[in-house]
Design a protein. Structure first.
Length: 253
């Protein structure tokens, strides 16, 4: 097992069980305790775990939110597959919303060059990457820029969305569950995401399987408000069926 695979396993287990123990991980993965401690240090620097005596706990339990760069470095293959599958939901022409997030940013990178699109986004990196594309008109949803996610929030962003209506909104989320719906740690970002849902004819959620069954502070939508949920095959069929029973079509890639 490569270090990246081992570290992803550690994160998955921490999120599933609420805590990981150095000794247990060492025995399970057949590596030394020092190797596990190094892995935990790497994951803490990336903002995914917080070290505690004898192990670590996921930052979600502490209310912390990983920075964009840290989230972008994880599950890259899965996020690329999700973004490619999302191309099927992009209209031949028209308008779309691209939410701030590591997977929606990947969709921005691969938008077709032969479609005339108007893209509304509150993500500063996405706006900059698309601004020079001749087939795309970028409408930047301005406001206060959050340093952690580089997303614009607050009244200016809300006002722009209240006056807009697009064909499809591609949303990101920090958590999705049958019980709580769509959630994120920051209330300001939750308000913008909720406005994005209201501003779209159709809503497509892009999120990898580690976001499923995770709940955060601020709720911004119900599963019934989502038309399609595109995720990876790490999501088991039973949970996918439970999500589908709440409304959205689930696509596992």
């Amino acid at each position: 097992m490569y270090a990246e695979e081992r570290q992803q396993h550690i994160v998955d287990r921490a999120r599933r069980e609420g805590r990981v123990d150095v000794a247990e991980l060492s025995a399970e993965l057949a590596v030394t305790g020092e190797t596990i401690r190094r892995d935990l240090s790497v994951l803490e620097r990336h903002g995914l775990l917080r070290r505690v005596h004898g192990g670590a706990i996921p930052v979600e339990r502490l209310g912390f939110e990983p920075a964009l760069a840290a989230r972008d470095a994880l599950l890259t293959a899965e996020k690329d597959k999700i973004a490619k599958a999302a191309l099927a939901e992009v209209p031949d022409e028209g308008s779309i919303i691209l939410d701030a997030g590591s997977t929606t940013a990947r969709l921005a990178e691969i938008l077709p060059v032969d479609r005339q699109l108007t893209v509304l986004t509150n993500a500063l990196p996405t706006a900059l990457s698309l601004a020079t594309r001749s087939n795309i008109t970028v409408l930047f949803i301005g406001g206060r820029v959050r340093g952690r996610t580089l997303a614009c929030v607050d009244p200016w962003a809300m006002d722009a969305l209240s006056q807009s209506y697009v064909d499809v909104a591609f949303l990101a989320t920090n958590g999705v569950s049958v019980q709580r719906g769509l959630t994120t740690p920051d209330q300001a970002e939750a308000a913008v995401k909720k406005a994005m849902i209201a501003a779209a004819r159709r809503v497509v959620l892009l999120a990898d399987h580690t976001k499923v069954t995770v709940d955060h502070l601020a709720r911004f939508g119900r599963l019934g408000e989502i038309d399609t949920f595109i995720t990876d095959t790490g999501l088991d069929e039973r949970t996918a069926a439970e999500i589908e029973s709440c409304g959205p079509r689930v696509v596992r890639v």
